[in-house]
Design a protein around this ligand. Structure first.
Ligand SMILES: Cc1cc2nc3c(=O)[nH]c(=O)nc-3n(C[C@H](O)[C@H](O)[C@H](O)COP(=O)(O)OP(=O)(O)OC[C@H]3O[C@@H](n4cnc5c(N)ncnc54)[C@H](O)[C@@H]3O)c2cc1C
Length: 590
């Protein structure tokens, strides 16, 4: 069975030394949130992940969810694990204190999310959706909705979902057919069928709060006519108990490639009572609070699975004896050397390590931006953080999940045939990692969001902020003799990214297909450069502090620059070749 140990030393290094989370305590409302407090909370979270959630991950995959007469049973151990999660107060982590929350910084949740996903991705999605629903209601719910629903979401006794997708409307939500008609008493009656709804029905909570996209009778066509409704599975009593059945039922669950212990449901709404959240026809804007949070959380799924797959691959590579080292036997008392001596196995392990540590630094930087954007007393700092957060959201979602899948695959490869069979659990990581590239907007859609929307936004304001920040740090590091060999190639890659951005943007003025043809490679290019920038930050601290662990960080930074960063040149060449080669054939010739 695979094992998981939360990388607490690495987390502490990033929070304290690299990203200076001490600054959080200067934000209003976070006065008590010193690094020590955060690390103590995260240590407790690590224990839950290591001792309760990781041990039921493989069995949960083998057993899967069961659907019987409209009800979904989660695999053995999931209910007890959820109770432990709830009793530990984890649903309340970042929620506002006035609704029973603990008011912790969002960064802490980000880090905890990584650990949850490493230990048990399927499990993480049950409370994860409730967490998103909580954030949405805090921001957009009226007083009555907040009073009735938030305390139960925050104490974990009720779950949440996001109901967007319909059979004929996935990426193109403008085509949804679910309707909401006024009931005459302020409520609406919601009718329609949603598919692929994660955690739509299960046995972990007393009630489930569905956030449903639907169209009102007077809705304009397309995405401008979508409204958001809160539809509970059970209609709560005035006293706050779960209450009586609403017109909501689960029609079936999907049989799928991975995350088998998380229920993926067809949800039927038949004149189900619901309440409008936010303004009529502005549901996409409202839902984006949940979707942006979910996109970042899905990025953490990529990182979390990469980490656990890597941990197991390293342990296996040190244990498995096959062949002799090219430099001569390293383990002469045995018949063979451990496979970790082979350069090709090292290549795989170093690739995983360099991506993971760099991506983690990038993800936590973005996590910190959420708190700065939400609470910094200076408007200019809040606006800067908001811009960077908007820019980085598709990068975290798309890059971390694409790379997360590649890493799970590399980890499987380290096991040879033993990775392909079930026993060692590596094939589960590959299957589980695959969905993260698809849901919450496919990675193609994330790439279009980055290049088609975020880069041109405000005359390039978001991108300029990113470029200025990275450029300044890289230029300073390039002057430092201890860092120059790392910082200079990253600075060059940043210039490549800037040049490529300019080239695509000017071509897009002539041909809008240029953006679509370039987007996926562009997102990868952006992710590689941003991760490289983070490696320079890590290297700066490592060089200043010294010691064996920091020497290893510097060596890993050099590996990143030598072996991974050069992809940027090829990506740029692919991008500037334009839409022509991509669109050359008629569809009939494909
Ligand atoms: C396990 C699982 C869990 C899920 N959980 C949820 C959930 O909780 N709630 C929910 O609402 N949904 C959920 N989904 C749905 C998921 O978000 C959608 O599957 C996803 O958004 C893609 O929609 P689609 O499957 O209809 O694919 P399509 O939209 O048909 O896309 C097919 C392909 O075409 C591409 N494409 C489509 N339009 C464009 C375009 N304009 N430009 C470029 N490329 C395009 C896509 O990138 C993709 O590669 C889940 C799905 C799965 C499999």
């Amino acid at each position: 069975m695979p094992t998981y140990k939360a990388p607490l030393d690495e987390i502490r290094f990033l929070l304290e030394e690299v990203h200076d989370v001490g600054q959080l305590a200067a934000l209003p409302g976070y006065e008590d949130m010193t690094p020590d407090v955060l690390l103590t909370v995260l240590q407790e979270g690590a224990r839950l992940c290591e001792e309760v959630l990781a041990p039921i991950n493989q069995a949960g995959d083998a057993e899967g969810c069961r659907f019987e007469q409209g009800r979904v049973a989660t695999p053995g151990g999931f209910k007890a694990a959820y109770d432990a999660y709830r009793e530990g107060g984890w649903p309340a982590m970042t929620a506002r204190p006035e609704f029973g929350g603990q008011g912790l910084p969002h960064l802490a949740r980000f880090v905890f999310d990584e650990m949850l996903c490493s230990s048990n991705l399927s499990f993480s999605m049950y409370p994860g959706l409730a967490y998103g629903a909580t954030a949405l209601l805090e921001r957009w719910g009226d007083d009555e909705l907040r009073r009735r629903f938030l305390p139960k979401l925050v104490d974990g006794s009720w779950g949440g979902t996001m109901c967007l997708t319909e059979a004929h409307a996935g990426t193109d939500l403008g085509m949804i057919r679910t309707r909401a008609v006024p009931a005459g008493d302020g409520a609406y009656l919601v009718t329609g069928t949603k598919i692929f709804i994660s955690s739509g029905e299960h046995d972990l909570t007393d009630n489930i709060i569905h956030l449903v996209l639907a169209k009102l009778p007077d809705a304009p066509p397309g995405t401008r006519g979508i409204s958001l409704l809160l539809v509970p599975k059970l209609l709560p009593t005035e006293e706050g108990a779960a209450g009586t059945p609403n017109g909501v039922s689960c029609g079936s669950i999907e049989h799928k490639m991975g995350i088998k212990a998380n229920s993926t449901c067809v949800m039927n709404f038949e004149n189900a009572r619901g309440w409008l959240v936010g303004e009529p026809h502005r549901g996409m804007r409202t839902m984006f609070t949940m979707m942006n949070g979910a996109r970042l959380a899905v990025g953490m799924q990529g990182l979390g699975l990469a980490e656990v797959a890597y941990q197991n691959a390293v342990a296996y590579a040190k244990d498995r004896l096959q062949g002799r080292a090219m430099r001569g036997p390293q383990n002469p008392r045995e018949e063979a050397d451990p496979i970790v001596v082979h350069p090709d196995v090292r290549r795989m392990l170093m690739t995983m390590k360099a991506y993971i540590e760099g991506m983690r630094a990038l993800a936590y930087w973005v996590g910190l931006l959420i708190d700065v954007a939400g609470r910094h007393p200076e408007a200019a700092r809040r606006e800067e953080a908001e811009d960077l957060l908007a820019l980085m959201t598709p990068v975290i979602k798309g890059f971390c999940t694409d790379v997360g899948f590649e890493i799970a695959n590399l980890a499987l490869q380290c096991y040879g045939g033993h990775g392909y069979i079930r026993e060692f659990g590596m094939e589960q990581f590959v299957r589980d990692a695959r969905i993260a590239q698809i849901y919450e907007g496919t990675n193609g859609v994330q790439a279009m969001d980055l290049l088609g929307r975020k880069i041109p936004e405000g005359g390039g304001r978001l991108a300029k902020r990113f470029f200025a920040l990275a450029e300044g740090e890289l230029a300073a590091a390039a002057e430092d003799a201890a860092l120059a060999d790392i910082a200079k190639p990253v600075a060059e890659a940043l210039r490549t990214l800037q040049r490529t951005t300019g080239a695509v943007m000017s071509r897009a003025l002539q041909n809008p297909e240029e953006v679509g043809a370039a987007a996926s490679e562009y997102l990868r290019l952006f992710g590689l450069v941003a991760t490289g920038w983070m490696w320079v930050r890590l290297a700066k601290v490592a060089a200043a502090q010294g010691g064996a662990r920091n020497d290893a960080r510097l060596a890993t930074a050099r590996f990143y620059v030598a072996r991974l960063l050069p992809q940027t040149a090829a990506l740029s060449a692919q991008i500037v070749s334009g839409a022509g080669p991509v669109m050359a054939l008629e569809a009939s010739a494909l």
